[in-house]
Design a protein. Sequence first.
Lengths: 230, 286
Amino acid sequence: MIVASALCPHPPLLLPGLSGGQDVAADLRKECEAAVAALAATEPDTLVVVGGHGASGRYTGDLSPVREFGGTGQRVPRERALPLSLAVARRLLDAVGYRGRVETAAVAWDASDAELGALGRSIAGRPDRVALLVLGEGSARRAATGPGELDERAFGFDERIHRCLAGGDREGLARLDPALAADLMVSGRAALGVLAHALADTVPVDPRVLYADDPFGVMYFVAVWPCVSC
Amino acid sequence: MLRLRGRHYEAGQALVMAIVNRTRDSFYDRGATWDDAPAFERVRRVVAEGADIVDIGGVKAGPGEQVDAEEEKRRVVDFVAAVRAEFPDLVISVDTWRASVGRAVCEAGADLLNDAWGGYDPELAEVAAEFDAALVCTHTGGLAPRTPPYRPHYQDVVREAIEATVAQAERAVSLGVDPASAIIDPAHDFGKNTWHSLELTRRLDEMTATGWPVLVSLSNKDFVGETLDLPVGERLTGTLAATAVCAWHGARVYRVHEVAQTRQVLDMVASIRGVRPPARVVRGLE
């Protein structure tokens, strides 16, 4: 049973120390922590984290890959490092002091709808009280100076995601076009698909979008969906 | 050992490669040398300032105006031929990833192919071999040409840059490029964030220790801008600081916008290293 769910982005900027002398993502991190705190406040039996990654799988690593992205800290063996999205989740959970049970899974950016459906249903079908945190973003092609070349289609695609998040529209999220998402460098398509399938039979109550902006050319959403089962 | 245009350069001899863009949209000069006349003026000026090499490019490194191979040739081939005619001894480099462009500019008199996109077109090395041209082998982290970095990450960026560039250099040599004309370049900011470029600078001695001549392209780049929080027009001091560190670590070729200032830094570092006598010493020796 899913008692609450939330979406956060996972830029490396949310890992500690990577933005240098200025805290350039302070506003974003504050809203992410608010979303994660809302999940923690439901006191779930298990907090399930699903993050986008290059390949699907369960990761047993427990260390942050922050050094791969920069800084001057200790390197960690890659086999012990979490995927970026799961490492960002870990950091957010630590930031709000969550000490409960956590299970993590990575889902490939290009995972099939069948895979997303199976993963979502497996989370929905759990007997324990689950809070679900998914990690992913909108398009990285929203600015000429951003990481991807500007593609005007990005704005409509992201607006659609925004409307779905604001309206608790699971079907809309499940129908995001995978090919267009790949073109637009949308990292969150698969994670949002898992969210949509996991909540297929659960009604989001008072869905809230805490953050929707693209300060660095990538669309970040932070959203919380408190849930009741149908 | 480094050999360009048939000339051998001794270890410790640092070369300045001056950027000459035949583009409308490059990040630093923004089209200043798009037309022939100012482009020629720049070549004459940088040669007078002590440039050893000019690096002529027809395509902006980052995203921008689409430039196909034919348009790239229109921008650079005749210009290379004209520069060759006016400066018979000048080492001419062309910044291109395309073999077809490489062939055309070598026929027009280019001596060096600066493959800034890491062997994206594998035939470019064959062209270098065919014309006995030098080749710059760069590390881009596998990006396609003109792609900005998006969350690049490396277990060890220096090790990966060395492995990638040395592999390209060895391949070029296997195809017939003179080992003294295969140059490796960690490619600051290409497929890297500011942290990665800083680490490559800090540990450039590991790259020079491979024995392959190392080129660095630092000039006014974003890693300098982000480190000092300065816009494009205000990065010279930071660029020169990075230049000094790379010189201390033994880089051989410096691809730059500002020639005279770079030359001074390289001379100063060479004297500190003890491989160049000071220009004139009297004080305390009277």
